[in-house]
Design a protein around this ligand. Structure first.
Ligand SMILES: *Cc1c(COP(=O)(O)O)cnc(C)c1O
Length: 470
């Protein structure tokens, strides 16, 4: 499989090539040139464990990696010990709620209790593998407000040829999130707490990565959500969910708590490969840019000042970095059209595809909805009362929206993107109970922490990397 750019300006590249790049050289995003039809494989795949299924599916996307090697990488990434059970991704029914029509797809059983582990654990393995093959090293430079940074650090800790420099806003993450990241003692993990906001951290990353000389000399790379390997790894759990829903060839719908559009884009790719998906139900919180697009066809990202801080913070995103990949398919994979739309976005702050709105559901299966803080509290409360299950606020966004899109005879799988223990304040507010924490993390906040506190100054970060990258 070869990869091309949504803006049309990249010679076709292999999986391993796009793995190590961020944006394509023309500013677009990598997409497969063509997608294979997986329908002939589905019945044979039904008996596979998660790691074996991942090797089969990722083998379609990464056909430049020998399949025996890929099987080894997925067996390392998706095993009990890294994840809480041999199922890796359990299906958890919510009996009694919404007529018993909803089932959680448990994507948060990994080391950081959020779905980003699903892609990052594979990314950690395949990075080390490809760098080793090529005799290269990489210094990952990133900014995080919580989930992405910890998932990346747990996946890359102790990996050969990789170092991580992760910036976070000093004092602004939850004590749990801080302890998760700063308690890592691995020599290749560097936590840098910046006196500033998340946006300041992001600006420092942009400034340093934008310095081509520095970037080349120190082999600066990224693991952000536009990395194609993350999308490919996420396609696996849609297929796994469909197989486990056991619908004998019938359709399944998926409801997805959405921010950067990476998770649900993987659902779109799975559907494009022939997986029988009826609806992709896109759920947002009060930051409803994507919900609005799928409702009226106008894409209107908000300024930072109009991006709300909510109780599902990992979805507090105003600009969905993966959205361009869906628009590319929507406009018939016409890179000129994509370039024109993004030029218009830069000039006018929005673009209008309302003429195509009727195709969103009919051709692509997309429907959307949003929730408020009050909706999330009520949903957490109602699900707990009906089924005894405690869900996190992001999952609650999707449960609330999913409930209004249930159809008879079509199972609805709701993607559980975090465990409630990670967002305990909102759980306590909703049901007055502190959510259970996995036993291994009971004393997390008591572990010694290791973090470099720095001024909001790109040059200070640069000097730190120069001193440590050698
Ligand atoms: C990142 C994240 C999301 C949003 O996923 P996208 O791929 O950015 O749409 C939702 N919920 C949680 C808990 C997350 O960490």
């Amino acid at each position: 499989m070869k990869y091309i750019s949504t803006r049309g300006g990249m010679v076709p590249q292999s999986f391993s090539d796009v793995l190590l790049e961020g944006l394509a050289p023309d500013g677009g995003l990598a997409m497969p040139e063509t997608l294979p039809d997986i329908r002939p494989h589905l019945s044979a795949w039904a008996s596979l464990g998660y790691a074996e299924l991942a090797a089969e599916v990722l083998g379609l996307f990464a056909d430049d990696i020998p399949s025996a090697d890929l099987r080894r990488l997925t067996a390392e990434a998706y095993r009990e010990g890294v994840f809480s059970s041999a199922a890796i991704v359990p299906l958890k029914p919510l009996p009694g709620y919404a007529g018993g029509s909803l089932t959680l797809l448990g994507l948060s059983e990994g080391p950081t209790l959020a779905f980003k582990d699903m892609a990052m654990q594979f990314l950690g393995q395949v990075f080390e593998y490809v760098l080793g093959q090529r005799g290269q090293q990489i210094n990952i430079l990133g900014a995080t407000s919580g989930d992405t940074g910890s998932a990346a650090e747990y996946a890359l800790r102790g990996k050969r040829n990789v170092a991580v420099y992760m910036l976070s806003p000093h004092g602004l993450m939850s004590p749990f999130q801080r302890a998760q990241m700063y308690s890592l003692q691995d020599a290749n993990i560097h936590n840098i707490a910046v006196h500033g906001m998340f946006d300041d951290c992001q600006d420092i990353v942009k400034q340093l990565a934008g310095d081509l000389d520095f970037r080349r000399r120190y082999q600066i790379g990224a693991v952000n959500s536009i990395n194609w390997a993350r999308i490919a790894a996420q396609v696996v759990y849609y297929i796994h969910g469909w197989l486990r829903a056991n619908v004998a060839g019938g359709e399944v719908s998926f409801a997805v708590p959405s921010g950067n559009f990476g998770n649900i884009l993987a659902g779109h790719i799975a559907r494009s490969m022939g997986l029988p998906i009826r609806h992709l139900v896109l759920a947002t919180n009060e930051n409803n840019v994507l919900e609005e697009f799928f409702r009226i066809g106008i894409y209107r990202p908000r300024a930072s000042a109009q991006t709300y801080v909510t109780s599902s913070p990992s979805m507090d995103i105003s600009k969905a970095s993966n959205f361009e990949r869906f628009v590319y398919d929507l406009v018939g994979r016409d890179p000129e059209r994509v370039r024109a739309l993004w030029a218009q976005l830069a000039a006018e702050g929005q673009f209008d595809l309302s003429a195509e709105q009727s195709r969103f559901e009919r051709e692509f299966g997309f429907v959307s909805g949003s929730s408020t803080h009050q909706d999330r509290l009520e949903t957490i409360r109602a699900v707990h009362a009906a089924s005894g299950v405690v869900i996190d606020p992001h999952t609650a966004d999707a449960v609330k929206v999913a409930a209004s899109h249930v159809e008879a005879g079509v199972p609805m799988l709701v993607l559980e993107t975090a465990l409630p223990a990670k967002f305990s304040a909102t759980i306590v507010e909703a049901i007055g109970i502190e959510p259970a924490r996995p036993a291994a993390l009971a004393e997390l906040e008591q572990l010694p922490q290791r973090v470099e506190v720095m001024d909001n100054d790109a040059q200070a970060v640069r000097r730190y990397i120069e001193a440590h990258a050698g």
